[in-house]
Design a binder for this molecule. Structure first.
Ligand SMILES: [Zn+2]
Length: 544
């Protein structure tokens, strides 16, 4: 009896060890994460700005790492890269805006109390039109708001408050309050222009003086394969914002003064009704235009299941950052060690783990390093419109952007996890590493719409944006980083980076991608979810 039991024990031990010999646990190396970040954040890469030499070196490095790990190229024509052409545009000197109405006529030069951005489509523009105030400029039946109701804006310039009504769910608000969404809605109603005006809240969030700092920024637009700059609402192209003095003149003899409108908008749920204004606006501007190229880098681990291999799980991170400052003295290089060399390092480490694993994923996995994120999520938007695999076959996406590897994180936040079954997948993967899934710690920031994954959400793909949480020292680390290092030259290798946390973050993302790739069921939007209903109307749903 005893002997037999021992034999059984020995057999079962042997069985266990032979299984783990056949399938070794993937390893995630702190040293490898450090090596990737050290290379990508080196001064020699000059801040990896989209279109720069430094970015191109980063792209070569990423492709070389994918090749060395044994991945399959998944860019254009069997290569690692998808070249993207961008139009670069800046506003020329001398732009102005003229308001003509009951208070007379006044010309406002650009950079004073008006801010006129470049127009990517028209090198020279001179238009005049009547104006209509449209409240927040939202038309979305799912939240019961139509700011255009009973207003004729056809051929007119609409004047819209920045942001969204106070108290609206923040991710929905971030989408509806986005200037791109407002332009699309205005175009749908026949408007020829959108001029934004500030609420008390938007003025408090960012002062007019700070807004003006961006006046001469290079703006970028990706070019379609047909060679046209891509703009969602062409007739609305080119942003314009007014400061309070110009807005007050525009509201002369209006049914409500600008001060009253701002007070209404400042109340919880405040949603001021629109009305026609008595003044016209004339916009005169010239825009300088140029082009540059910058590649995306895409690699694949082919799936093993004869059917599921035609579906794709995407893991992505942006390879670009801000480049070199033209204005600063001293350290001018934006190395972007955490934003986002750390995300790319995670991507590379997860890729090598899948490549080494003898158990191939059932679905195919794409590893995608994007360009143009810091220029407005442009590379992700390009890929979401022109993917190297059919967009409907991308079943779920994880975006790795700015994991704060400055402490041993014990929780993560997955922005967007409430919208699809990916929330459950992330939670289960995190539990295996004793990591908790925490809710959005700063809902007012609308983070869900501020990184690359959002461009895939807009094409109907369930996605999460995963970052390290606020527990175990995270709160202090985040506060310090956002105040002192975010988008600063000091986001570099002098930060006290916890490389072991990087290895743990890579392990977590491996588990998430593994579950998405191997589950019988693809990730599904949750029944009744706003983003699923808006962007993926035909797709199957998971019960709440
Ligand atoms: Zn950034």
């Amino acid at each position: 009896m005893l002997k037999k039991f021992s034999a059984l024990l020995i057999t079962s031990l042997f069985w266990a060890s032979s299984t783990s010999a056949a399938e070794p646990q993937p390893e995630f190396s702190a040293a490898a994460i450090r090596a990737h970040v050290a290379f990508l954040a080196d001064d020699l890469l000059e801040g990896r700005e989209t279109g720069s030499r430094g970015y191109d070196i980063a792209a070569r490095y990423i492709a070389a790492q994918f090749a060395q790990a044994g991945l399959t190229p998944a860019g254009l024509n069997g290569d690692w890269y998808i070249p993207v052409t961008f139009q670069v545009h800046t506003i020329a000197d001398g732009a102005s805006l003229t308001i003509t109405g009951p208070a007379g006529s006044k010309n406002w030069p650009n950079g004073g109390d008006v801010m006129i951005a470049s127009n990517p489509l028209q090198p020279k523009q001179d238009v005049e039109a009547d104006t209509v105030f449209v409240g927040y400029g939202i038309d979305e039946p799912r939240v019961g708001i139509n700011n255009y109701k009973n207003l004729d804006v056809n051929g007119k310039i609409v004047i819209a408050l920045a942001g969204y009504p106070k108290g609206m769910e923040s991710e929905i608000g971030a989408h509806l309050g986005n200037t791109g969404t407002k332009a699309e809605v205005a175009a749908k109603h026949g408007a020829t222009g959108v001029v934004l005006i500030n609420t008390l809240q938007s003025d408090a969030t960012r002062s007019w003086a700070r807004r003006l700092e961006a006046l001469h920024d290079k703006r970028m637009t990706w070019m379609t394969p047909q060679g046209e700059p891509y703009v969602t609402a062409p007739q609305i192209a080119g942003g314009i914002t007014l400061n309070t003095p110009a807005t007050e003149m525009l509201f002369t003899k209006a049914p409500k003064s600008f001060t009253q409108i701002r007070q209404l908008a400042d109340a919880k749920g405040g949603n001021p009704q629109g009305f026609p204004l008595a003044s016209k606006i004339r916009v005169q501007r010239s825009s300088n235009r140029d082009q540059l190229q910058s590649p995306e880098i895409v690699a694949m681990i082919p799936g093993s299941d004869p059917v599921l291999k035609d579906e794709y799980v995407v893991l992505m991170g942006h390879a670009d950052h801000l480049g070199i400052s033209a204005e600063r003295t001293g350290d001018k290089i934006f190395n972007g060690a955490l934003d986002n060399a750390a995300g790319v390092a995670t991507l590379l480490e997860v890729a090598q783990a899948f490549a080494k694993s003898p158990r191939k994923p059932r679905r195919s996995i794409l590893f995608f390093a994007s360009t143009g994120e810091e220029k407005g999520l442009l590379g992700a938007d390009f890929f979401a419109h022109h993917p190297s695999v059919p967009i409907g076959k991308i079943v779920g996406l994880v975006d790795l952007d700015m994991p704060l590897l400055l402490y041993d994180f014990t929780d993560v936040t997955a922005f967007g996890s409430d919208h699809s079954t990916m929330g459950k997948i992330v939670r289960q993967a995190a539990e295996k590493l004793q990591v908790a899934l925490s809710p959005d710690p700063m809902p007012e920031e609308g983070v869900f719409t501020r990184s690359d994954h959002y461009m895939f959400v807009k094409q109907g793909v369930p996605a999460v944006f995963l970052t390290t949480g606020r527990a175990n020292g995270g709160d202090a680390a985040w506060k310090d980083y956002l105040a002192n290092h975010y988008h600063q030259p000091s986001d570099d290798m002098s930060l006290k980076i916890d490389w072991q946390a990087g290895a743990k973050f890579a392990h977590l993302n491996y588990l998430i991608a593994r579950t998405m790739a191997d589950s019988d069921e693809r990730p599904l939007w949750i029944e009744g979810d706003f983003f699923g209903d808006v962007f993926a109307p035909g797709q199957p749903r998971a019960k709440k």
